[in-house]
Design a binder for this molecule. Sequence first.
Ligand code: HEM
Ligand SMILES: Nc1nc2c(c(=O)[nH]1)N[C@H]1C(S)=C(S)[C@@H](COP(=O)(O)O)O[C@H]1N2
Ligand SMILES: [Mo]
Length: 381
Amino acid sequence: MENMKLRVFPPEFKGRLHDARTATSIGRWLGSAFAVCFVTGLFSHVMQHPPDWLADSIPSRPAWGYRLTQGLHVASGIAAIPLLLAKLWAVYPRLFGWPPVRSVTHALERLSIAVLVAGSLFELATGLLNTAQWYPWPFSFVPVHYAVAWLVVGALLLHLAVKAPEIRAHWTRRSPGTLALPVQDGPDRRSFLAVVGAGVGAVTLTTVGQSFTPLKDLVLFAPRRPDKGPQGLPVNRTAAAARVGGITAEEYRLVVAGPRPYTLTLAELRALPQHEVELPIACVEGWSASARWTGVRVLDLLAGAGAPAHARVRVESLEPRGGYRVSELGREHAHDPLTLLALRVNGEELHPDHGYPARLIAPNRPGVLQTKWVGRLEVLA
Ligand code: HEM
Ligand SMILES: Nc1nc2c(c(=O)[nH]1)N[C@H]1C(S)=C(S)[C@@H](COP(=O)(O)O)O[C@H]1N2
Ligand SMILES: [Mo]
């Protein structure tokens, strides 16, 4: 009778779905997704908040650079969601390991796992909600998402170091140091991995079109479709929301402040040499859309004000307040011939929601820095 007794606690898990090999298989994909997330996230951070010593080296090419990195950030982050759930499911029996704490080292290891799990869930959840422009929490998203990214990466490196022997033993099909034939996978394990793979494929295919426009027709769950909005472009902040609804052609003035400051009317701006560029708006929230912009080169406007060749430029909106009413152009961006003060998009005068009468558009630049309703350019020393 004794051996018939069911052990209730701690429970026993015998299935291969919970073994170290399954954890390793999923872990390497999850780890890769996190690595892409971290690197592209850091890149985004530097593009938006460059430290002073780096500000002049931020390259303005390739023009599609930020679109690619931020698209990858959100795509790898979304792919990480089913991977993380699968990984947690594969390893949760270890939560019931007995005794719960065996030594000081073991306690520290469990603590690092707690940080890793909580931090990962936090990053994926806040990131996903941010792409939907939903902020149901009391803190400010960007600095917290940034700080927790470092915590997660620290805990992840520690986790990889602690598990290195197990990871090594299960990385390939062959056991290390033997000539044994590859272990045959059971059907349960193979179908579990196939389901996880299908999940990753499904969430990727139905969201990636928000920045990778050839797949835009498959977009189901992404908050924005890149072709929906006035003039075929999405809008994050409308003119009404920014309280700049009523700018008229007659009263509009562009102030160019520099060694030889001057002011232009809209008619004078339109009379300057116009250039056409094809550039994307690549929103930090993960959608991107390319458009044909026409306007005056910022470098021509700067030359007229006697700006030195290394000058940075402050771009100011007529928007009375708001986090994105001012942006800065580093040296490379300020002097790139693709950087325009655009007056037209896709052959039409800018819609008020796209920045009428004039907006900045520059290559390799986060959408938040493509300032709309520009009223002033200031040459910085
Ligand atoms: C382990 C996973 C992740 C890591 C390590 C990570 C890391 C980062 C970092 C370092 C930044 C730059 C923050 C800054 O500008 O200071 C960032 C920004 C961002 N992340 Fe993540 N992230 C992760 C997951 C996600 C996920 C799953 C999503 C969405 C599905 C996401 C969406 C975003 C967005 C929208 C931004 C731009 C925020 C802004 O500048 O307004 N992230 N991420
Ligand atoms: N003055 C001002 N410019 C702004 C913003 C803003 O809120 N105020 N939003 C920015 C953001 S977040 C993005 S993604 C782009 C979007 O440009 P679009 O509305 O023309 O697509 O404008 C940027 N320019
Ligand atoms: Mo944006």
